[in-house]
Design a protein around this ligand. Structure first.
Ligand SMILES: [Cu+2]
Length: 125
């Protein structure tokens, strides 16, 4: 099955995109990750997520303060609020390294001025 490229590619991201066309094999996994943001940061051991192409990925976010987070490449934005779990779900068709940034912090603040919260790495199957 061929999937048409559906990503809004940005020039700096293009070299990271190996292929947007994917063959989803029967061995694709359903993977869940719990990401607990505290004071706008994730613990060191949660800053890299590794999955394989075709995996169905769910990121379950919590945060002790209001935040908007954005997964680049897959272009998914979620609003986080204290006391609630926000889910980001996607199938990892595109391989590469996709940063998740904070887009808004509480009352404001610019996007992309800080290091990513976490990088999602999708490896070819
Ligand atoms: Cu962004």
């Amino acid at each position: 099955m061929i999937f048409a490229p559906f990503l809004r590619t940005r020039s700096w991201l293009a070299p990271l995109l190996v292929a947007a066309a994917a063959v989803v094999s029967a061995s694709a996994a359903e993977l869940g990750f719990d990401l607990k943001v505290e004071r706008g940061r994730l613990p060191e051991n949660m800053r890299r997520i590794r999955v394989q192409q075709g995996d169905a990925v769910t990121l379950r976010w919590t945060s002790d303060q209001p935040l908007v987070v954005h997964l680049h490449g897959y272009d998914i934005e979620k609003r986080l609020a204290p006391g609630a779990v926000a889910e980001m779900k996607f199938t990892a068709y595109a391989t590469g390294r996709f940063p998740i940034h904070v887009h808004a912090r509480g009352a404001g603040g610019g996007a992309h001025e800080e290091a990513p919260l976490v990088n999602v790495e999708v490896y070819p199957r």
